[in-house]
Design a protein around this ligand. Structure first.
Ligand SMILES: [Cu+2]
Length: 142
């Protein structure tokens, strides 16, 4: 029994040692080719051109609003909307694209998605009564 244990320990040490040597070799190789080692993880390429929009979200005596009433893009475009809440409590909701983003006061919030289907979609604020008070707009994907 004792012998088997010793053999097992020797085997374990050998494996660990081999792994250690291999590891240090890899590190040495990496430092020799820095560009490869420093390469950033590949992110998914955007599906299409990026279309940028900005809007404010606010309320006044007349209602609640997005300053931007319409976004028109092509199917496959990446929509990048920067929304800033300048008065009140608001969010940006676009059901068909699974978007619901809270808009904190005076904070520019970037909402990005791929317009991967054609049609007309309504974006709106889901705070009680806000959509009825006018806080919505149209996303048109052609
Ligand atoms: Cu609102």
């Amino acid at each position: 029994m004792g012998k088997i244990l010793v053999i097992a320990i020797i085997a374990a040490v050998a494996v660990a040692g081999y792994a250690l040597v291999r590891n240090s070799k890899t590190v040495a190789m990496d430092s020799g080719s820095q560009e490869v080692a420093m390469e950033e993880p590949t992110t998914e390429a955007p599906a299409g051109p990026v279309k940028e929009f900005t809007t404010t979200a606010y309320n006044d005596e007349a209602g609640a609003w997005f300053s931007l009433k319409e976004m028109r893009v092509k199917k496959g475009d990446t929509v990048r909307l920067t929304a800033t809440n300048t008065k009140g409590m608001h969010d940006f909701s676009l059901d068909e694209f699974g978007i619901k983003k809270n808009l904190l006061l005076n904070e520019a919030v970037t909402i990005e998605f791929v317009a991967d289907k054609t049609g007309e979609f309504i974006y709106y604020c889901s705070m009680p009564g806000h959509r009825a008070k006018g806080q919505w707009g149209k996303l048109i994907v052609e």
